[in-house]
Design a protein around this ligand. Structure first.
Ligand code: ZN
Length: 168
């Protein structure tokens, strides 16, 4: 075996020992439209202040869209209702502007440009990857309209236009 390849194999073996699956620090999701076409990718990285979410998505209508973490990792229904409601393990009300809020899965609206593309960096404060990988998993959902941050139970954001199961 060439020396470099041997060294790489040795390093891989060390990393495999040093990074067991339980110590996972990031996750990904592919967001699809209701016809199953991929619209974008999200990367989730655990930080001391919550989960950093980096999203690149296209194919949206220009303008403001609600973006949330939903409680079930299931995008199989044609209208994405299989993803359930917003991730809300603490039983809060929806929205940044509700004094009883917010849902742990509530995130700021995203903005698509005139070409329907959005580049997003946002933090879900206080959440960990372990929270997302509960028994039934979690999913990202983008809605047709904006979240008004106060209407119950989900910000009057309209239908679900993209969904992606969060995967380790
Ligand atoms: Zn909510």
């Amino acid at each position: 075996m060439p020396r470099l390849a041997s060294a790489a194999a040795g390093l891989a073996a060390v990393l495999a020992i040093a990074l067991p699956a339980q110590a996972q620090e990031s996750a990904t999701a592919t967001l699809n439209d209701p016809e199953g076409a991929a619209l974008g990718e999200a990367m989730v990285t655990e930080t001391p202040h919550g989960l950093l979410i980096e999203l690149v998505v296209s194919g949206l209508s220009p303008g403001e869209h609600a973006f949330h973490i939903h409680e079930t990792g299931d995008c199989s229904a044609a209208d994405f209702t299989s993803a359930g409601g917003h991730f809300n393990p603490d039983g809060h009300a929806h929205g940044y502007l509700d004094p009883e809020g917010i849902h742990a899965g509530d995130l700021p609206n995203i903005f698509a440009d005139d070409a329907g593309v959005a580049h997003v960096q946002t933090v879900a404060a206080g959440l960990t990857l372990a929270d997302l990988f509960d028994a039934d998993g979690s999913a990202f959902v983008i809605h047709a309209g904006a979240d008004d941050y106060v209407s119950q139970p989900s910000g009057a954001a309209g239908g679900r236009v993209a969904c992606g199961v969060i995967e380790g």
